[in-house]
Write a protein that binds this ligand. Structure first.
Ligand SMILES: [Zn+2]
Length: 89
């Protein structure tokens, strides 16, 4: 089952930061689409419903922020290989 890491772009520094979860989805997700776009007209998987409650910390500014807009949340496929280098903090 494909494994994905959700990430969003930081309100503070504009870089991509990962949410602290990985999830398995039983479908192939088109990369470079927001979850609002991917799940347009469908229910979000439960693991993605709680993302808007997750506080993220910007590693650069140390500021805490939340991302309430699913148009700004994206998925990248990891398949057990961990986060891609451009997403590691
Ligand atoms: Zn940041």
């Amino acid at each position: 089952m494909p494994q994905y890491a959700p990430f969003t772009f930081c309100n503070e520094c504009s870089k991509p930061h990962p949410f602290p979860i990985l999830l398995f989805l039983d479908e192939e997700i088109a990369q470079d689409h927001s979850i609002a776009n991917i799940y347009d007209g469908r229910e979000l998987p439960p693991a993605l419903l709680t993302l808007t409650n997750n506080q993220l910390q910007c590693p650069t500014t140390k500021a805490m922020f939340t991302q309430k807009d699913n148009n700004q949340v994206f998925l990248v496929r990891t398949d057990g290989g961990g986060l891609p280098p451009w997403l590691r903090q």
